[in-house]
Design a protein around this ligand. Structure first.
Ligand SMILES: [Ca+2]
Ligand SMILES: [Ca+2]
Length: 166
């Protein structure tokens, strides 16, 4: 091997070593950077009061947005409305409605103070008294954010309420 070839080989080896070090450094940074928990699941829990049920053909609608109103986080349309008894919410019964996650991967930080717009569509008349309505957002690290409203009624078609996470 000539001297020049030996020097070139040594330089190439040094260069490879630098690249490897750089790669390892980047990998370490990626691993050690704390990951932001992200939104993975959302649901509505309701506890119906003892004054008035939800008719089987009254549909529940929810729009869940970020505090700044700019991002739709989750929603549901016409939940638990059918021609069957199973979608009636009897007095003092509780029910869970899964919501569609509309912004998968959004960070928990961005969901702080999220807003809930809830309304019903009825077939004829229906008063629904609600002791507790609670929207829970579940995040990838096992934590949750909750918006809750207690003791209210939704009366007839288009009745609405708004509440937000603290
Ligand atoms: Ca009713
Ligand atoms: Ca009705």
């Amino acid at each position: 091997m000539t001297d020049i070839a030996a020097v070139q080989e040594k330089e190439a080896a040094t260069h490879e070593q630098d690249e490897l070090c750089f790669c390892l450094l980047r990998l370490y940074e990626l691993i050690s950077t704390p990951k932001q928990p992200t939104l993975i699941r959302a649901e509505l829990y309701t506890l119906t009061g003892d004054a008035d049920n939800k008719d089987h053909d009254t549909g529940i609608y929810l729009i869940v947005k970020t505090a700044d109103d700019r991002t739709l986080l989750a929603s549901v349309n016409n939940a638990d409305s059918s021609g069957k008894d199973m979608t009636e919410y009897n007095d003092d019964s509780h029910h869970i409605v899964p919501l569609v996650v509309e912004a998968p991967g959004i960070t928990k930080e961005d969901c702080g103070g999220f807003k809930v717009h809830m309304f019903i569509k009825t077939n004829g008349n229906d008063t629904w008294t609600i002791d507790d309505a609670r929207v829970t957002l579940y995040f990838s690290d096992g934590t949750t954010l909750v918006a809750e409203q207690f003791g209210f009624s939704l009366v007839n078609d288009g009745a609405r309420t708004d509440f937000a996470a603290p």
